[in-house]
Ligand binder design. Structure first.
Ligand SMILES: [Zn+2]
Length: 138
C-alpha cells in the first residue's frame, strides 16, 4: 500500500476515531489470555480483536492502550482495514517503546495521527526479509 498524501488529520480522526492516550481502565482480558502477541524491545504487547462497540474501542477501529500494553482492533472491520489499523496501533506502541511518544505527539500536534499512519504504512511495506538478510551479511 502506498502512503496516501491526500490523507488529512481530520480524515484520520474520522477513520480511526479519536485516540486516547490511555484506555483509563484495566482491560477485561488479561494479557496472558490474548493469543496474539508482538514483542517490541523487551515488552510483550497483546493484540486483541474486539467489537467496535465494546468499552475499549468505543466506536473506533483501533486503540492503543499504553498502560496495559494492548493493541485493540475492531474485529468487525474489513480485513484490509483491520491490517491497516493494526500497523497504525503498532506504530503507537513502537513510539511508546521509543520513550519519545509524548514529545513527538506534543511537537506534531494535530499532525501526530497522520505521522503514526504514515509510519505504519512504512513498517507494513518494508521488505523485512531483505533487511534481515542485510543485517546478517554486513
Ligand atoms: Zn492513532
Amino acid at each position: 500500500m502506498k502512503i496516501k498524501p491526500n490523507i488529512t488529520s481530520k480524515s484520520l480522526d474520522k477513520k480511526y476515531g479519536k485516540h486516547k492516550d490511555e484506555c483509563g481502565f484495566a482491560s477485561f482480558l488479561s494479557r496472558e489470555d490474548a493469543a496474539l502477541k508482538v514483542k517490541i524491545r523487551n515488552s510483550n504487547w497483546s493484540v486483541i480483536l474486539g467489537d467496535t462497540q465494546d468499552c475499549v474501542l468505543e466506536g473506533n477501529l483501533g486503540m492503543c492502550c499504553y498502560m496495559q500494553n494492548e493493541l485493540h482492533i475492531a474485529k468487525n472491520a474489513k480485513k484490509d482495514m483491520r491490517v491497516e489499523t493494526f500497523y497504525h496501533e503498532l506504530s503507537h506502541a513502537i513510539l511508546a517503546e521509543s520513550h519519545y511518544n509524548v514529545i513527538i505527539k506534543e511537537y506534531l500536534g494535530d499532525k501526530y495521527e497522520l505521522f503514526v499512519s504514515n509510519l505504519g504504512d512504512v513498517i507494513q511495506n518494508m521488505n523485512w526479509e531483505n533487511v534481515k538478510k542485510i543485517s546478517k551479511e554486513i
